[in-house]
Design a protein around this ligand. Structure first.
Ligand code: GLV
Ligand code: MN
Ligand code: MN
Length: 402
């Protein structure tokens, strides 16, 4: 059994939060390639080197600490949402460091650590691991733009001086990602651990309605081609039409709207907004896409809008590897007997991309109040440590040749 030092793990987790600490409570602002993100990656690289791991950083800024020989890869991401909590991603990276340290102290197994870049999708959807796994080419990633119009190819120059080269996936025998649940299931049931069965699929694209910018005082209502009114009508119609195809687990979100020119006395001439939808079934994702496109076209037609779409980004639903998952289940039963569950993940994770090459599995700890992607995100420290113990249990059982 590996000896986990809960205090050492928690101290590192709080230290990582100091990069980009913001807001009330334990908030973090550390989007991909920001000053705070790059500083955090430098600190993480130092921690990895301190463990004797070989640090490699690829062109995307994915940061690896590599053990000698074949190893299990553990980790997650250390970038955050524009307003995020201290645990989303960070937990998996720091848990990986602690388990790698404990494994070294125990004389094995070999554990490598990763912090993927831009999991939170400043530029796309899990962009760093998508490029690492070949799901997305670096050239295609480079032209993706954030909501402010900055291209990824320009943003990643912030890490250019740190890049060492590519890291081949065949160095690893499997990948385990520890994460907060980010939803209400465990917090509601009082269970301590979730072992993930599968991760949902996602589709995400920008939609643009282009109408006519005009004076808000003089333009009669019936003559307006108001892009905000088009978004509003689209949203209402869409909610109604999706009702026939979705399940209680299906979700869809318009999370970002940009109105031009965004002024009180101007009828908005252009609206660009994000349309994201998630479900465990690929066919349902496709049926939703058809409804979204048909509804947008109908609104554009009736409201005199020109309609255009950005690139459709997506990831397919994936099932976790049964052998790795069983090791986590045995770990959960050992750490918190009868007080854990198997569950799907409604959030996306780097594990989805890594599953293209490697067996993957995930373990969740509860999120207080089911809150995440907000400064209010938190988890009881006992629960955080319980999760690391489960991870360590699984790693010890699997060995480096999982
Ligand atoms: C990743 O953070 C997601 O949006 O699920
Ligand atoms: Mn995350
Ligand atoms: Mn997240």
């Amino acid at each position: 059994m590996l000896q986990i030092d809960g205090d050492r793990f928690l101290a590192d987790l709080h230290m990582l939060r100091s990069f980009g600490a913001a807001g009330v409570g334990k908030g973090v602002v550390r989007p991909a390639y920001s000053e705070a993100d790059v500083a955090a990656r430098r600190w993480l690289a130092t921690q990895m080197k301190g463990l004797g791991l070989r640090v490699e950083i690829d062109a995307m800024g994915n940061l690896f600490g590599l053990a000698e020989g074949p190893s299990l890869l553990l980790g997650s991401h250390s970038d955050s949402q524009p307003e995020g909590g201290w645990l989303d991603g960070a937990l998996g990276v720091i848990a990986a460091l602690e388990v790698a340290r404990a494994a070294q102290e125990a004389g094995g197994p070999a554990v490598s650590v990763v912090s993927f870049q831009d999991e939170e999708g400043r530029f796309g959807v899990t962009t760093g691991s998508a490029v690492w796994s070949g799901q997305l080419s670096l050239a295609d990633a480079d032209v993706l733009k954030d909501d402010a119009g900055v291209a990824l190819g320009d943003a990643r120059q912030a890490m250019a001086g740190m890049v060492t080269g590519d890291v081949a996936p065949d160095l690893f025998t499997g990948f385990i990602e520890m994460h907060i649940e980010q939803g209400p299931a465990l917090d509601t049931s009082g269970e301590k651990i979730g072992v993930v069965t599968d991760i949902v699929g996602i589709r995400d694209m920008k939609i643009t309605f282009e109408g006519q910018q005009n004076h808000a005082g003089t333009t009669p209502m019936h003559l307006r081609r108001d892009a905000f009114q088009a978004v509003s009508a689209f949203n209402t119609l869409l909610n109604d039409r999706l009702r026939n195809v979705v399940t209680p687990q299906t979700v869809w979100t318009i999370g970002h709207v940009s109105l031009h020119p965004n002024a009180s006395s101007i009828v908005p001439g252009r609206a660009v907004f994000s349309m994201q939808w998630r479900d465990a079934d690929t066919d349902r994702l496709a049926r939703m896409e058809t409804i979204i496109r048909e509804t947008a076209a109908e609104v554009a037609q009736t409201q005199g809008m020109t309609l255009s779409y950005g690139t459709l980004l997506g990831l397919e639903p994936v099932a976790m590897d049964t052998r790795l998952r069983s090791a986590l289940e045995a770990g959960a039963e050992a750490v918190t007997p009868g007080n854990w569950r198997k569950m799907p993940s409604g959030a996306l994770h780097d594990a989805t991309n890594v599953a293209r090459f490697l067996p993957v599995a995930m373990v969740f700890v509860p999120s207080i109040g089911g809150l995440s992607h907000t400064f209010a995100e938190d988890t009881a420290e006992d629960d955080l440590v319980a999760g690391v113990l489960v991870l360590a249990h699984a790693v010890a059982a699997l060995g480096s040749g999982a």
